[in-house]
Design a protein around this ligand. Structure first.
Ligand SMILES: Cc1cc2nc3c(=O)[nH]c(=O)nc-3n(C[C@H](O)[C@H](O)[C@H](O)COP(=O)(O)OP(=O)(O)OC[C@H]3O[C@@H](n4cnc5c(N)ncnc54)[C@H](O)[C@@H]3O)c2cc1C
Length: 385
């Protein structure tokens, strides 16, 4: 008898089933199993993998959060939880670099970062273009641009983070089933049944953390999610290679030509990573165009030549990744409107990775009926049933 059928036969009901074991799902599995819950998780692949939203060597973590001040206490908790995970696993996951948000005075990026820094009393500096160039010779803001520097920002290693969260969840007793897509679920009488090719699994609560596939697990719901193809590029420094190291180069976010955004990360050996934020084509997780064209590399290079010209060396690699966007670009962490024991914690609109352990903690609180310490108002269910 296959394991799924065996469980059905035995009538076992887990405390929580989790669909999707990427960034958010692995964190949720870890937190719940740490609290002693009987957790079972499923993933359609074996995470960490390169088909969803959590691959590509690096993710930025930053504190002066331009998107909204409400994220600042959450990111502060995330810093603490990433450090705790590093200690318990004995693995380095977070490299501090500092961060600078560069744009016109009054731009969304600069103004938003300043608002969060001031509202929460964060250490920061407002730098003029020539001060940025003097301090970070590889960054080349245009005259009139300014930058908000924050010292706590850094770089997370996403594949290692997911791997460690899964390993730690397993060590604490979670059951994790890989390469086993969940086809659908049914809720009734306080129990949720989750179906895969191996059979039915039952749990009192279901957490859906399926990232770019989330809508396929919520059929019949009119949901506003947009899956966006995003391309990451790595370039070899053409000059000043030493000035690109994480010790000397902060993570850098740019708003330019009005409402265009791109960001760059220091070179930890793979090259200087650069990518646009948004403006990618709308796609689906299953049909996304995975190949990257020369035109896409060229478009990135044109921006790099303006703002990070020393990175204008050989294009080393590119990869495709997926954003799951909400219309307002805020997260989506809420109970299913028709099933209080089904929680959706997924669409993070291209800025969620840094929060993964906090999302795990929030999901665990909601599932266990505990008060959460964060204001989740912005993340409520905004779809039309
Ligand atoms: C190019 C790019 C750059 C980014 N940069 C940053 C950054 O610098 N900082 C930052 O904080 N965030 C960043 N983000 C956003 C961040 O990476 C995402 O918000 C985060 O990784 C999303 O995690 P997730 O758990 O929702 O999705 P994923 O990690 O993709 O996990 C979803 C999982 O669900 C599984 N799944 C799907 N359907 C099923 C099913 N039916 N059955 C079983 N399993 C299923 C998938 O296999 C997958 O493993 C970036 C994203 C991209 C794409």
């Amino acid at each position: 008898m296959a394991p799924g059928e065996l469980e059905q036969h035995q009538g076992r009901v887990h405390d929580v089933a989790i669909v999707g074991l990427g960034a958010m799902g692995s964190a949720t599995a870890l937190e719940l199993s740490r609290r002693g819950a009987d957790v079972i998780g499923f993933d359609r692949f074996t995470p960490p993998h390169g088909f969803g939203s959590s691959h590509g060597d690096s993710r930025i973590i930053r504190e002066a959060y331009f998107e909204d001040t409400v994220y600042v206490p959450m990111v502060q908790r995330a810093f603490a939880l990433w450090r705790e995970l590093e200690r318990s696993a004995g693995v380095a996951l977070l490299q501090p670099t500092g961060g600078v948000m560069i744009g016109a005075p009054g731009s969304t990026l600069v103004e938003g970062a300043l608002r969060s820094a001031r509202a929460h009393g964060l250490r920061h500096e407002l730098l003029a273009a020539d001060e940025i160039r003097a301090r970070y010779p590889v960054l080349n803001p245009e005259p009139g641009m300014v930058g908000v520097f924050e010292p706590r920002a850094g770089v997370l290693a996403p594949e290692a983070c997911v791997k460690v969260q899964l390993e730690q969840a397993l060590r604490r007793g979670a059951t994790l089933r890989f390469d086993e897509p969940v086809s659908h679920w049914e809720a009734g009488n306080g129990v949720v049944s989750v179906f895969t090719a191996r059979g039915r699994t039952r749990a009192r609560q279901l957490v859906i953390t399926a990232g770019a596939w989330v809508a396929s697990l919520l059929p019949g719901m009119r949901l506003p999610f947009r899956i966006e193809r995003q391309v990451l590029h790595w370039f070899e420094p053409a000059a000043d290679a030493d000035a690109f190291t994480p010790q000397r180069c902060p993570v850098h976010l740019w708003q330019f030509d009005g409402d265009r955004f791109f960001y760059g990360l220091p070179d930890s050996g793979a090259g200087v990573k650069l990518a646009f934020h948004h403006r990618g084509e709308t796609t689906t997780a299953d049909s996304v165009r995975r190949e990257v064209t020369a035109a896409e590399v060229d478009e990135t290079r044109r921006v790099l030549r303006r703002f990070v010209p020393a990175a204008d060396g050989r294009a080393r690699a590119s990869t495709v990744c997926l954003y799951t966007n909400t219309p307002d670009e805020h997260f989506w962490i809420d109970r299913h409107p028709a099933h209080a024991n089904v929680l959706v914690a997924s669409p993070c609109s291209g800025h969620g990775f840094k929060f993964a352990p906090v999302v795990g903690e929030i999901a665990a609180d909601l599932v266990q009926g505990r008060p959460t310490r964060f204001d989740l108002g912005l993340f409520r269910w905004r779809g039309i049933e």
